[in-house]
Design a protein around this ligand. Structure first.
Ligand code: PLP
Length: 414
């Protein structure tokens, strides 16, 4: 069976040629099939080259020295910020704060906006789908401020019903912090009406866009949220780099989180004053090579075209879900109508960890377990799943291979 996608076979071949890890052979010389993009995407060649250029030619610190290599490093670092800002249609590069990833971006928001704005009894509204990165920072903050975590339940198919979500806002809701796409089930949450509702009530909004930014066009101004968080390694960039975007007025109003070099304007033993954003939130030497690599990743994605990436994503994930659900003894966990990037399933009689290991022997890389989203696993009545996750490089052949391998695993396992 085949599926027609927005990215034709020739372009898929070109994309795959840019992702050297996809050419790997594993175990007994089996060609690898990479279906773990929701955890980390393969690194794109231009990313590898940009990082190498920094390491080999101008591996200096940024913003601090006047010598040529430092200027080149600073220029490349700030150009990467501008690339990311353009990619998400931010109003200015200064609205993009480099962090270690989505987790650090949400913690930054919790420890700046949250710590300075939330009081005892104030509610932070999240969904049942959240990754631990959008649960635990709020629980930590609740211990300090007395704020309360309030959860929008999902439907039995793993979707978020807009009416139900809107009914969860209360007079004490101060923040809507919501995932755009669930890493565990692949659910696309219709976040626009929730953001619009929050805005109309003066409620601040933060979007966990970890699974969205590399999968669909993102225009933060059109989205209307106050802030979004995402990770470079889920969009073909390096690990250890990600971003918090927040609109300029909000970012300006936030106090610092971590203290140290770069985030200050002046320092004396009597006290210090703060740099302007984004540097106010980038204490210490940042991940310079990571940022430069992320800049290369977004240019690479722009070259493919995010409309094509999104269309391919929907087609390929839909096909994957259909094919896997057609295999005897396989049950999809989460069957939302709108799905992107991930399909979770369990196999009757085979533990997810065993299933993942056996698929690996066929060269198929998937993730097993709770996917750092324990509450949604519990809500769906499972302790864990096998998750196959896709990207703009996923081919029909990849889907054929997992379908065949899973069928074989089930036959052999008995
Ligand atoms: N949020 C979602 C939806 C994710 O999928 C992930 C990672 O899987 C994270 C947050 C955390 O991202 P990171 O580990 O890059 O900080």
């Amino acid at each position: 069976m085949s599926v027609s996608t927005a990215i034709g076979p020739d372009q898929i071949a070109a994309i795959r040629a840019d992702l050297p890890a996809l050419a790997r052979r594993v175990h007994d010389d089996v060609p690898a099939v990479y279906l773990d993009a929701a955890a980390s995407t393969p690194r794109a060649k231009p990313v590898i080259e940009a990082v190498r250029a920094f390491d080999e030619q101008f591996p200096a610190n940024v913003h601090r020295a006047t010598h040529q290599m430092a200027s080149e490093a600073t220029e490349a670092f700030e150009a990467a910020r501008a690339d990311v800002a353009r990619f998400i249609s931010a109003a200015a590069p200064g609205e993009v704060v480099f962090t270690r990833g989505t987790t650090e971006a949400i913690n930054l928001f919790a420890n700046t906006w949250g710590a300075s704005s939330l009081q005892a009894g104030d509610e932070v509204l999240i969904t049942a789908l959240e990754h631990h990165a959008n649960i635990v920072p709020w629980q930590l903050l609740a211990q300090r401020t007395g704020c309360v975590l309030s959860v929008i339940d999902c439907e039995d198919d793993g979707s978020i019903d807009t009416e139900r979500a809107l009914s969860c806002f209360s007079d004490r809701t101060r923040l809507l912090s919501v995932t755009w796409i669930s890493n565990a089930l692949g659910t696309i949450v219709d976040i626009e009406p929730l953001i619009a509702h929050a805005r109309s009530r003066g409620i601040t909004t933060l979007v966990d866009a970890a699974q969205a930014v590399g999968h669909r066009p993102v225009d933060v101004r059109a989205l209307g949220a106050d802030a979004i968080a995402f990770s470079g390694h889920k969009m073909f960039g390096p690990t250890g780099i990600g971003c918090l975007w927040a609109h300029g007025e909000l970012l300006d109003s936030l106090p610092p989180w971590q203290g140290g070099g770069e985030m200050i304007d002046t320092v004396s033993f009597d006290g210090s004053t703060w740099n302007t954003p984004p540097w106010r939130f980038e204490a210490g030497t940042p991940n310079i090579s990571g940022a430069i690599g992320l800049g290369a990743a977004v240019r690479w994605l722009e070259h493919i075209g995010m409309d094509a990436v999104a269309a391919h994503d929907l087609a390929v994930t839909g096909d994957l879900a259909r094919r896997l659900s057609g295999i005897d003894r396989v049950r999809l966990v989460g069957t939302p109508t709108h799905r992107s990037g991930a399909v979770s399933f369990v196999v009757d009689g085979i533990h997810p960890a065993d299933c993942g290991m056996l698929l690996d022997r066929h060269g198929i890389a998937v993730r097993t377990g709770h996917h750092c989203a324990e509450p949604i696993m519990r809500r769906m009545g499972v302790s864990g799943t096998v998750r196959a996750s896709t990207g703009c490089f996923t081919s029909v052949d990849d889907i054929d291979r997992i379908e065949q391998a899973l069928t074989r695993v089930i036959e052999v396992f008995g």
